[in-house]
Write a protein that binds this ligand. Sequence first.
Ligand code: ZN
Length: 293
Amino acid sequence: MFKERKRHCPLCASIAVNHKYHIDRYKLKFDVDRCSDCGFIFMNPLFTDDVIEEFYSEDYFRGQADYSYIDEREIKKYSQYVWNKRIDIIHKYAKEGNFLDVGCSFGGLLESASEYYTPYGIELSDYAFSHARKLFGNNIHHGTLDDHRFDDGFFSAITMIELIEHLPDPVSAVNQCFKLLHPDGVLVVQTANMNGKQARDLAGNYEYFMPGHLSYFTAKNLAMLLKTAGFSKIKIYYPVEFGLLPKLLKSRGSFKKFSDYTAWFRISSYHMKSKIHFGNFALTSSMVIYAVK
Ligand SMILES: [Zn+2]
């Protein structure tokens, strides 16, 4: 069920690792530790690989698992507002070439990416992989960043959208991405900023703590990891790299009745609040980091 408990911080190797929270609101209960040197929070001990594999079953995508994801195909028309906008911004960093989405799921972002790039994906879940494979054939690798067959320097852009928190070894993943990018290539990472006031106030009740999430970053220690890997330019966007409109348009995908539009007030207010940040302080916990090789 669990691997051996780590004594060192996986990010900075410090031994100043302290128990932070016991998360017991799911069937699978777990503990997270925090490194007091770099602030990295991580599941410790980690679930064994066979437990982690179960997270990516069909149930996970259909929303029947204890902790699940929306099947993006059901709201595809709406999600495309966000995907297209994201690709437009990535395009400012990398004009053309090969594009890799790590954790490409059903391939939605890749469909938008094919406007400018040759799309490639990596997907662990059998269920999502078989769908992405139908769209992009052999360009989709079934597995992880540890067992792919892509050449070093092959990509001009790599995205890890809400992926890095799922990885047991994010340091090796970032190093892999660095190798896979050609000079001037860009890596885009979206994950929660655990230093945001939103995450700190909610503590162990923060919804980001779920059994599928193994690694929890802050803007500062994620930027540190990227710099250590060799990236030369880092830009952090709060809450995301695009404006409010694509988010509002996307949200309509989950609306069932007219009164659901009141959610736009909540989404707008969250977006505006997320703009409040200075130094290491941020009001909410959303961020996207662009790192240029
Ligand atoms: Zn550390």
